[in-house]
Design a protein around this ligand. Sequence first.
Ligand code: SAH
Length: 465
Amino acid sequence: MDYLPLFTRINSKTCLLVGGGTVALRKAGALARAGATLRVVAPAISEELKALCGETGGEIAEREYTDTDLDGVMLVIAATDNEQLNQRVSASAQARNILVNVVDQPELCSVILPSIIDRSPLIVAVSSGGRSPVLARLLRAKLESTIPAGYGRLADLLGQFRDKVRARIPDFDRRRDFWEQVLQGPIAELVFAGRRDAAAAMLEDEIGTAKPDPRGEVYLVGAGPGDPDLLTFKALRLMQKADVVLYDRLVANEIVDLCRKDAEKIYVGKARSRHSMPQDDINQLLITLARQGKRVLRLKGGDPFIFGRGGEEIAGLADEKIPFQVVPGITAAAGCASYSGIPLTHRDYAQSVRFVTGHLKDGSMNLPWAELVHTQQTIVFYMGLLGLPVICREMIAHGRSADTPIALIQQGTTPNHRVLVGTLESMPGIIERESVAAPTLIIVGEVVKLREQLAWFENLSPQTL
Ligand code: SAH
């Protein structure tokens, strides 16, 4: 950031304008609107500028500039086409720590004037750091059309109730929530519709009934399979709102980094058979934090309701009457399949798809194998790496052909995305030879063959067998 934006109170302060033409007049207008007392110095000063200067109770000196003109001045603007003079004004002002702006010469400025949208008391300022004032002006025009005049009236009304709201709701976060709701609700609409009195009455009511205590809530959010671009807008919005974030192993660091910078981040782990925080403790922690009035984000890999134990986490919240929202995410099956060129269904090869857990318990998997071996369906195994030999063996034993294609996708949608393809018969041998890193997803079915035809578009440089 080259410049620090500041809004400066110049009311009744003397501001010097060196120059008497149209550019000087424009600058004088802005200074006068902010209440400055003008001092204008130039050998020739336009009548309009003289009049304006008079209105501010200022002084007019129709002669060459001298350094004593800077006496008692807070800000000076040089609007002349005399480069030497501009330089002199700039040097003298800076030597005396007086703010100086030279029109169109950013290198001579200690302050620059932004393009502004004036909805007083609301002011939006746009600056290109002196690089391209035209660009800043174009951007201002765009913003201008999206900020209705009513915003100024709204800011004015809210300003009048500030102290009252602060007295009623001392907690900062809670107060911010209150104002967010007011700004997005019917009160703002009434102001825009020109019904200021009705809006004020309604705001008065809202303040009277507002609960002063912070009200915590929980967002159970799916973060997708790995690629941060697969987050939803809603996920990102809540990630930037939450005060505290609980995330686990499946959520990539780049995604955690997108959360609000000052949010507290708690790693709750979960590696295969090594739970760094037991599920019950996670459930309890969500409740405890929300009770403290925090906005708690529970960030989960993929989709929270697909092998994510999301149901258990919100059950506890529901029992405690803690408000929560659930935001779906792209589940590993969808992410891995599309980034690998494997459609999960296909008119010719698979009319259904089934998501199954391949988690091993006591060395076996209690699955309805007879249902899983029907042809014309795709089976996706989550958590199946350790159990892969069992999966292949059982599917063949229950009647699925040994040459049925199977894909193992490692760290799908991340830069380490890698796809191993084989058959039910060959895959156990393949993973013995290859070193494979978790998480991995297994897709079984004829659709895997389509990858040969479709994967040319893959842009993640996967290695394939
Ligand atoms: N809720 C998650 C699944 C959690 S279960 C979702 O909807 O995706 C954890 C399993 O998901 C892992 O064992 C693995 O099988 C799968 N998984 C999650 N992310 C993955 C990824 N990027 N690549 C491959 N598999 C993944």
